[in-house]
Design a binder for this molecule. Structure first.
Ligand code: C2E
Ligand code: CA
Ligand code: CA
Length: 577
């Protein structure tokens, strides 16, 4: 009975959750432990942190009943799947090691094989391809002892996926076809989410081996199933490849249809999910290692696995030390004023008058070594130092450009904000303080935020954004078009402008399709009452195309590269009277 339920959930977690949704209203406390476990597993598979947390909290009170190994197995699997989907791979590994432990106790080949696949996927997540393959291979070796064709299919699919990563296309397709054959044994294979994923994966592999007719036939079947069963949200990564394929082969309608189907389901799914901000501090790695050792002392059979975990975690903490060193140097640099603002002009598409500027950080490490943000932002973006950087830039920018700002009330200066600042720091307070200190009006300050910030749907971040908006600051969505989820942000966030990513501008003067795409985006945003900025404008041909649209503002090397605030001031006054 347990296995039947697990099977049903794996098949289609969304369906299972939907059928049991009523329980979440207020009846959760009357649900049996077993059913709670099934709900936990299905919400993990559906990647819904919201439902998952609710059920997990309810299970807390039934702790005693979880000592049963089969129950514990489901519990740990669910926990691992959830951690994996919110990108906490070391947590996921720990849960899956626990699940594996219970599977061994139960001496059940299907459960052991399933946990091996889980372990393999978690190693993949921490980019240890060789360990990931070694677990995938162990799972393949278990298949003669496994009865369930869907599980055998999953085992081969995972194995094939990893071979694909290693660019062993032939072996990969071979494994995928094994998986396909196992699924072929099931009458209701179309109802399995993983089967649909498998077909897309096979299609992708055929695209790469340049057998596009085979690729298309697999992908068409997959799309049909995805459409019928509502699987689109789970196909995120692959959908772009499929859509790109159709775009390249000039079937634009089809390419658009696919993207639209995907976007539609993605938005619905985002509304369903409530992911917490995943700000994980590397310091906890060693603690995790300790608790994994504790586990080891309980079960000698795990010794080999733990050995490899140890190596990995050690390697990761070595890496951490290096990272911590860099962070330390950055912190020191911030204290000793090594970080300075550069400014790049934003100009009117038609008159080329300079109407604003974006502040871009530079690390003045030495006179001969001036570093761009790629050398430091990533390291500090999830730490309080990112707020310190903004503070330093605000002060230095206003010290230098304060006069310009008060002389030219139309001029607007932009700063980049990271997610961490909106989630964990009082950015509204910081900005207001600077407005008072330098006598600057909030409507002369613009904040650039990327859609990634809202991917986690963090309530605090969204709240602060509304706060900023309410206080008169301008808000701009940065890097639009570099990812696919931006549309949903545009509809739900307060925004004055959207900056069209330079990857979209790059080709508008050489590919007609890029030009068309750009024109449509500007039109669509215009319809929504949002102003557009074209970023990375480098050639006059690009500019002449932009001029044909309603995009009023440009930024890019054609006019000016980022320069120090003093140089910018001279440049500005020379170019405007
Ligand atoms: P971004 O916000 O998309 O900034 C635009 C980047 O494009 C800048 O790179 C700029 O130098 C570059 N760029 C401008 N015009 C052109 C062009 O015509 N062609 C090309 N190829 N590139 C152009 P930069 O200064 O290296 O900044 C990189 C990223 O670092 C920025 O991307 C931004 O996301 C981040 N960043 C910079 N300063 C800060 C900061 O103070 N705080 C935070 N959180 N992020 C920052
Ligand atoms: Ca920016
Ligand atoms: Ca940008």
């Amino acid at each position: 009975m347990f296995k039947r339920q697990i099977e049903l959930i794996r098949k289609n977690p969304k369906k299972y959750l939907r059928e049991h949704l009523l329980l979440f209203e207020d009846a959760l406390d009357s649900v049996s432990t077993d059913n709670l476990l099934f709900l936990m597993l299905s919400s993990a598979n559906y990647e819904s942190v919201y439902y998952f947390d609710k059920v997990k909290a309810q299970l807390e009170s039934k702790h005693d009943e979880l000592s049963d190994p089969l129950r514990a197995y489901i519990y740990f699997c669910a926990e691992g799947i959830m951690s994996r989907s919110i990108m906490q791979p070391t947590n996921a590994l720990r849960s899956f090691v626990n699940a594996y432990d219970r599977a061994l106790l139960l001496d059940d080949p299907a459960l052991i094989a399933r946990s091996l696949v889980h372990l393999s996927t978690s190693f993949h997540l921490i980019e240890d391809l060789s360990l990931s393959i070694s677990y995938a291979t162990k799972a393949v070796e278990m298949t003669p002892y496994v009865d369930n064709p869907a599980l055998k299919g999953d085992i081969y699919m995972n194995y094939g996926f990893l071979l694909h990563e290693r660019h062993e296309l032939k072996a990969c397709l071979n494994a995928y076809h094994h998986a396909e054959n196992y699924y072929a044994k099931l009458d209701e294979r179309d109802e399995y989410l993983n089967y649909c994923v498998l077909l897309v994966n096979i299609g992708e592999a055929y695209f790469q081996s340049e057998n596009s007719s085979k690729a298309i036939s697999y992908i068409d079947t997959a799309l049909e199933i995805a459409n019928k069963q509502g699987f689109f949200p789970f196909l995120q990564g692959s959908i772009k490849i499929i859509s790109d394929y159709y775009r390249r082969s000039n079937q634009l309608d089809k390419a658009n249809d696919i993207l639209n189907m995907y976007l539609d389901s993605h938005i619905k799914m985002t509304l369903n999910r409530e992911k917490p901000a995943v700000v994980k501090h590397t310091g906890s790695l060693l603690k995790e290692l300790e608790s994994i050792h504790h586990l080891a002392s309980q079960n000698t059979q795990l010794a080999a696995e733990l050995e490899s975990l140890h190596v990995i975690l050690q390697r990761r903490s070595d890496h951490t030390t290096l990272k911590e060193d860099i962070i330390h140097t950055i912190a020191e640099g911030l204290k000793s004023n090594q970080f300075v603002p550069y400014v790049q002009a934003k100009w009117d598409t038609n008159t080329r008058e300079i109407i604003g500027g974006e502040v871009l950080a530079r690390w003045h490490y030495s006179d001969a070594d001036i570093r761009t943000p790629y050398a430091f932002i990533d390291y500090i973006e999830d730490t309080p130092l990112i707020g310190k950087l903004t503070e330093v830039l605000l002060d230095a920018t206003f010290e230098s450009l304060g006069d310009l700002l008060s002389n030219r009330r139309q001029f607007r200066i932009s700063f980049n904000l990271s997610a961490y600042q909106l989630v964990h720091q009082n950015i509204v307070g910081l900005l207001e303080h600077h407005c008072v200190k330098y006598g600057i009006k909030p409507d002369q300050i613009e904040l650039e935020i990327t859609e990634r910030t809202f991917f986690e749907n963090d309530k605090k971040a969204i709240e602060q954004l509304h706060h900023l908006w309410g206080n008169g600051f301008h808000l701009s969505l940065d890097d639009f078009g570099s990812g696919y989820s931006a549309l949903s942000s545009i509809l739900s966030l307060p925004l004055n402008t959207v900056k069209i990513d330079r990857s979209l501008i790059k080709d508008i003067d050489s590919f007609e399709k890029s030009e068309k795409l750009f024109i449509h985006i500007v039109e669509m945003l215009g319809d929504l009452g949002i102003e557009t900025v074209a970023e990375g404008v480098e050639t006059s041909r690009q500019l002449s195309i932009i001029k044909k649209t309603a995009c009023r503002i440009c930024q890019g090397y054609l006019e000016q590269a980022p320069m120090t605030t003093e140089d910018f001031k001279h440049y500005f006054y020379q170019h405007s009277q």
